[in-house]
Write a protein that binds this ligand. Structure first.
Ligand code: FAD
Length: 803
């Protein structure tokens, strides 16, 4: 083994091998893969090798497409067969809801160029004669599904990487990692040490243990997974290979394996494997079978596909593989550590391994993953994703692998975990809660405790009239919203203003003022949007998306240290309440001595005040479009503040409102939000944030690219559409059609209760953004007329929030 390398990749499973290959492909030849045993000695060797393009996140779906297309390339370079069988695949729907879900998946696939087709039960049975038609209502056909040989794929990546200059050492275990002061690493192994500029943890089943070597607890857990192979099935003899098939109701997948069928299941009672420590002596071993555990799924399988039941069981495989709490991979550089990267938690290595390798190699080499990979960025988890939290969420995710997740469905595992001091008070007001980064927050308020639950649906549901009433209360009088679930950062020091001016695209506000600002990367793309509040010359409170806290901190770290600046996250130190509506001022004025009139405290003001006996910061901002005030207090004061506002609010018919009403109102105002309208694939001018980019500043990150975007106009445009729908609204990711062609995608949708029609925000090519007509948006398989609006649907001039 060499003693120096640029990148040390730990782990020779399909993911590590793909990372290695992609690094060499991008021109980095001085790279080394260290494998404890033989290649594939973790999850990889016993995988069923199935692959497909469909994923709940369109950006991950794109990387899955890439992975499948890559197999030809690595076969050609390495001469090693990947054993690719493209059979095509069927997803079978046993219920109406599942068929709706498939129609939505098909629609999402449209703008990704995926060739998916909804077919009837008869057509499905024509393609897959083993099914019993009476259990199904329809199906989706995907021509690009199939399976590969896990050994072949891993070795094809590895050989291709070696031909590109990489070195691979086997039977060498990394036992420790020691950081040097320059950010490089001493990689300690049982066969000597190597000094590496970068380390990539692709240790699969042991990624958690390798993480612990550098003091981090990665949110991943391995689950046992079983599949069986049946005896020969006479019906298959002499026929062409059967399709891949997913039966959602049976929670199982099946494909042909020689003369029989392979049948795997994600059972409800899934069992974690090695929940706290992964044994180092586990190798190419299998776990003991437990057919009783999967018996309920097998019963369904044998009813739905009778020939499988008749064929007997030839072999059972039980092996572990890892999951993150949401089932997507963990990829990228780790906050707080220099030059330490991860590529782990990959539960579908044969659909995703190529995409993970591509994104990681680009990111490492160019400083940017080259695609929107937020859904698999390791930074989407914070400290709240503890070992026990991960255990609960992974088990839930595993058991729901083939379950429908309705748009209004909140998952229940690991809840309630984090609550704010007013949680019980909101509960007493019949709040229906959602989970956001482990934190409970109110979605809407029901009239009684008994009715405080969602009826899951793709259509408008039981919350609709109550959310409408909340929006009308905000429009006509005043509403109260808890806003604790924002990320907050305190930026301090004599250098704070200059530093913020470099990192943020907008002008830094003067003392007592607020500036809304995008944060751009060097390529001029949106990597954040913040409310920048200045309390003193050298003191700022930055408010942004909480889910992106670690993501933002990782970026801030890249631009620190800087003289005279300190920054710290303080999300849960400051909790908040907001009052919004035409009576918001009158209500709050009863509680504060400061003059809240527009003359004294205009829109975008920020000031320390006493609200009754409660000290806090009051900001005059509005995400609802109405006159609004946001109040931030330390946690110990939140209950008192709530009681004060509710007490003073009685005479104004103050009504609590939740996140769903807020979403409706911000869509009416065409206000975007992080991870929907604002993502690193859009520029600020495309996203309609141009007015918050101060090109008069001489220097800030992304300035040159932003200038260029302004000059050229950008390729995309964010539009607001008025929709003609009956009982379902857009949710996000629906295709936007123009004159019969799919041209864009929806980022958010909602019913606008104040304007009384359905609305959607979405991106289309700039060239047709001004077309004015000819647009349609597809919702649950039906195209609806979509009228682009020239301005926000509600109070476009913004007079209500400025009065
Ligand atoms: C029964 C079963 C069926 C499956 N079916 C499918 C399927 O149909 N389709 C699909 O896409 N996926 C499937 N999977 C999942 C798939 O196997 C994983 O997604 C994939 O193998 C993950 O690969 P990896 O490289 O991340 O991890 P691993 O395969 O676990 O590889 C990690 C490697 O790192 C090495 N290593 C760890 N620590 C060290 C160290 N300290 N020093 C040196 N080396 C180290 C290990 O020896 C190992 O070789 C299945 C898994 C199982 C168990």
């Amino acid at each position: 083994m060499k003693s120096e390398t640029r990148v040390a990749v730990i782990g020779g499973g399909v993911v590590g091998a793909s990372v290695l290959y992609h690094l060499t492909k991008a021109g980095w030849k001085d790279v080394l893969l260290i494998e404890r045993a033989e290649l594939t000695s973790g999850s990889t060797w016993h995988a069923a090798g199935g692959m497909h393009t469909v994923n709940g996140d369109p950006n991950v779906a794109k990387l899955q497409q890439y992975t499948i297309e890559l197999y030809k390339e690595i076969e050609q370079i390495s001469g090693q067969s990947c054993g690719v069988h493209i059979t095509g695949g069927l997803m079978l729907a046993g219920t109406r809801e599942r068929l709706d879900w498939l129609k939505m998946a098909k629609a999402r696939g449209r703008y990704l160029g995926m060739d998916l087709e909804i077919i009837s039960v008869d057509e499905a049975a024509g393609l897959f004669p083993l099914m019993d038609k009476k259990y199904f209502k329809g199906a989706m056909y995907d021509p690009i599904e199939g399976h590969v040989d896990p050994y072949g794929v891993t070795h094809a990546y590895a050989k291709s990487a070696q031909l590109g200059g990489a070195e691979i050492v086997r039977h060498t275990r990394v036992t420790d990692l020691k950081a040097r002061s320059d950010g490089s690493w001493d990689v300690i192994t049982d066969h000597g040490n190597v000094h590496a500029e970068y380390v990539v943890n692709a240790a699969g089943l042991w990624a958690r243990e390798v993480g612990r070597m550098v003091g981090i607890e990665l949110p991943i857990l391995a689950m046992e997974h079983q599949y069986l192979i049946t005896g020969d099935i006479p019906e298959l003899k002499g026929k062409k290979e059967q399709l891949h098939c997913i039966d959602f109701e049976g929670e199982l997948y099946t494909r042909q394996e020689r003369g029989g069928m392979l049948l795997g299941t994600y059972e409800k009672a899934g069992v974690p494997w090695s929940p706290t420590e992964t044994p180092w002596d586990f190798g190419q071993d299998l776990l003991a079978n437990d057919l009783d555990r999967i018996a309920p799924s097998l019963e369904v399988a044998f009813e739905h596909f009778p020939a499988l039941g008749d064929a007997g069981i030839r072999k059972v495989v039980n092996g572990p593989f890892t999951f993150a709490p949401d089932g997507n991979p963990l990829v990228g550089p780790v906050k707080g550590l220099k030059n330490f990267w991860v590529a782990c938690g990959v539960m579908a290595g044969f659909s995703q391994g190529g995409g993970v390798g591509l994104a990681l190699s680009r990111w490492l080499i160019d400083g940017d993953p080259g695609a929107d990979i937020w859904a698999m960025d390791v930074a989407r988890y914070g400290d709240w994703a503890t070992l026990a939290y991960t255990n609960a969420k992974v088990r839930e995710n595993y058991s729901r692998r083939f379950s429908i997740r309705f748009p209004n469905e909140e998952l229940q595992a690991a809840r309630p975990l984090r609550t704010t001091p007013i949680y019980e008070k909101l509960q007493a007001a019949n709040a229906v809660f959602g989970d956001y980064c482990g934190l409970e927050h109110s979605l809407w308020f029901a009239p009684t405790a008994q009715s405080a639950k969602d009826e899951f649906s793709f259509h408008r549901s039981n919350d609709f009239p109550h959310v409408a009433a909340e929006c009308h209360a905000v429009k006509n009088s005043v509403g109260l919203l808890e806003i604790s679930n924002y990320g907050k950062f305190e930026v301090k020091g004599p250098g704070a203003a200059d530093w913020l001016s470099q990192v943020m695209a907008n002008r830094v506000p003067t003392v007592g003022r607020i500036a809304l600002t995008p944060m751009l990367n060097e390529r001029g793309k949106l990597i954040g949007d913040f409310t920048m509040c200045r309390t003193a010359p050298d003191h700022f409170l930055l408010i942004g998306t909480y889910a992106a806290e670690t993501y933002y901190l990782r970026w801030f770290e890249r631009h620190l240290p800087s003289p005279g600046v300190s920054i710290r996250p303080c999300a849960m130190e400051y909790v908040g309440l907001s009052v919004a509506g035409p009576n918001a001022r009158a209500l709050l004025q009863e509680l504060v001595r400061d003059d809240l009139s527009t003359a004294a405290f205009p829109f975008l003001s920020f000031k320390r005040m006493e609200i009754g006996m409660v000290p806090g910061y009051v900001g005059r901002v509005s995400f609802t479009g109405e006159l609004g005030f946001e109040i931030w207090v330390t946690t110990d004061y939140q209950r008192a503040l709530y009681d004060l506002l509710v007490g003073a609010g009685r005479k104004y018919d103050l009504r609590p409102f939740g996140g769903r009403a807020l979403n409706c109102m911000r869509v009416e105002k065409s206000f975007g939000t992080w991870a929907r309208e604002y993502r690193p694939i859009y520029g600020p001018f495309e996203a309609g944030l141009g007015r918050f980019v101060d090109l008069n500043k001489e220097k800030f990150i992304g300035r040159a690219a932003a200038m260029e975007e302004k000059r050229g106009g950008g390729a995309l445009r964010l539009l607001t559409f008025k929709l003609e729908t009956k009982d379902a609204d857009a949710l996000g990711d629906e295709p936007i059609w123009h004159e019969g062609k799919v041209v864009g995608w929806v980022t958010s949708g909602a019913f606008g209760h104040r304007v009384n029609h359905s609305l959607a925000l979405g991106y289309v090519p700039a060239a047709i953004a001004g077309a004015g007509s000819g647009f349609e948006i597809e919702i649950i398989g039906e195209r609806h007329h979509a009228q682009p609006l020239l301005e926000a649907a509600y109070d476009a001039k913004g007079l209500r929030m400025r009065t």
